[in-house]
Design a protein around this ligand. Structure first.
Ligand code: NAD
Length: 350
């Protein structure tokens, strides 16, 4: 078990990582007037654990699993449940689930009574390595991902790999999407990824999760509210990933991050920003997890990139790796961005 302290400007967040952290720290949260928010899949798998840890009368709100629930309706239903359950300012919202639960419960905690205590207990690999840390909360709105949200730090994050035992392989792949993104930002993580005999092994995932959280914590400490460019780097692969996610809807976030990264590596090569060898090595990591498809209608999908929050005026902003441990921003006109994506799709992406 190891702790990472994230000293954000707004608040100090303690992240407990490793086997046994749930048993040790969730018991303490049970004494802090918890209100659990979770989704239907997690509830089905872990209701016994929830009641044995937090008490049989613990207040709980369960919503249907999946990104489709990440909307203002669910948000308001959670807020109604807080009111009905008489959640007080001294109470603690416990977000127990994947990134969807974490984002929406975090936003509800920030809004209710102008902010109540928040503990994140991430149960997917993606939420453990990334979304539960750093205080970004959101719901999708008007077909735009994460359009409504706020920055709201959890006081504690409990990252216990025991939850990964029930996670479908596809969700492990999604988490690997964010992990490979961290590899493209951090040379220590990159080195570990390229020498790992099996990136799916439990021990490997536990240790790399700690490294990714450490990287994110440093970035968030330097740019909590995403204003000076540092935090923007965590969006590597996300401009195209989000656009494809909004248009095609079929895959999930982590898979689209990897596909987005693959397409954006093509753009970075074409723009002369990244060397061929390093780009190929990153692409090989991506190929260990999935094969990015060709998209015949990618021109249409690319239009969704115009909603990306990083964009300036008419340009599309993408964050791409330059060399080990170093990334940069490229701004392209929409026409050039679309042309390069199309070219990548038609050329078999390489
Ligand atoms: N706030 C941030 O900084 C940030 C960063 C990255 C991604 N995100 C957001 O995170 C979301 C994606 O998160 P996700 O991939 O965790 O999706 P998710 O929350 O939908 O979880 C994926 C699936 O796994 C199920 N699940 C959760 N825990 C499980 C377990 N232990 N065993 C079996 N099944 C389990 C869920 O019910 C769901 O069906 C997206 O909405 C994305 O925008 C936020």
């Amino acid at each position: 078990m190891e702790n990472i302290i994230l000293n954000a400007q707004s608040m100090k967040s303690i992240i407990h990582c490793g086997k046994g952290t749930f048993e040790k720290y969730a018991k303490e949260v049970a004494n802090k007037n918890p209100f659990i928010v979770t989704d239907s899949n997690v509830y089905k798998l872990y209701s016994d654990l929830i009641y044995s840890t937090f008490g049989k009368d613990v207040r709980i709100f369960v919503f249907p699993a999946g990104e489709k629930s990440k909307n203002s309706n669910t948000l308001f239903n959670i807020l109604k449940a807080f009111t009905k359950g008489e959640l007080k300012r001294s109470g603690t919202v416990v977000a127990l689930g994947g990134g969807v639960v974490g984002d929406i419960a975090g936003l509800a905690a920030a809004l209710y009574m102008r902010g109540v205590h928040l503990v994140q207990i991430p149960t997917t690999l993606l939420s453990q390595v990334d979304s539960s840390v750093g205080g970004k909360t959101a719901v999708d709105f008007q077909n735009v991902k994460n359009l409504l949200g706020t920055f709201y730090q959890p006081e504690q994050v409990i990252v216990d790999p025991m939850f990964l035992k029930t996670l479908p392989k596809r969700e492990i792949r999604c988490g690997l999407g964010e992990i490979i993104k961290y590899g493209a930002l951090d040379s220590k993580i990159y080195q570990k990824l390229i020498i790992a005999p099996n990136i799916y092994a439990d021990e490997f995932l536990s240790s790399i999760t700690y490294d990714c959280i450490l990287h994110k914590a440093k970035v968030v400490e330097g740019d909590e509210r995403d204003v000076n460019g540092l935090r923007k780097t965590l969006n590597l692969g996300h401009t195209t990933g989000h656009a494809l996610e909004l248009y095609y809807k079929r895959k999930s976030h982590g898979e689209f991050v990897l596909i987005g990264m693959y397409y954006e590596l093509y753009i970075a090569e074409k723009k002369g920003v990244i060397g061929k060898d390093y780009s190929s090595s990153l692409k090989n990591l991506i190929l260990k997890v999935l094969t990015p498809p060709a998209y015949p209608d990618i021109e249409e999908a690319s239009k969704f990139a115009k909603f990306d929050k990083k964009n300036v005026a008419d340009g599309v902003s993408i964050i791409v790796p330059e060399r080990e441990g170093k990334s940069c921003e490229i701004i392209l006109s929409m026409a050039e961005y679309t042309k390069l994506l199309k070219e990548c799709s038609e050329n078999g992406k390489s």
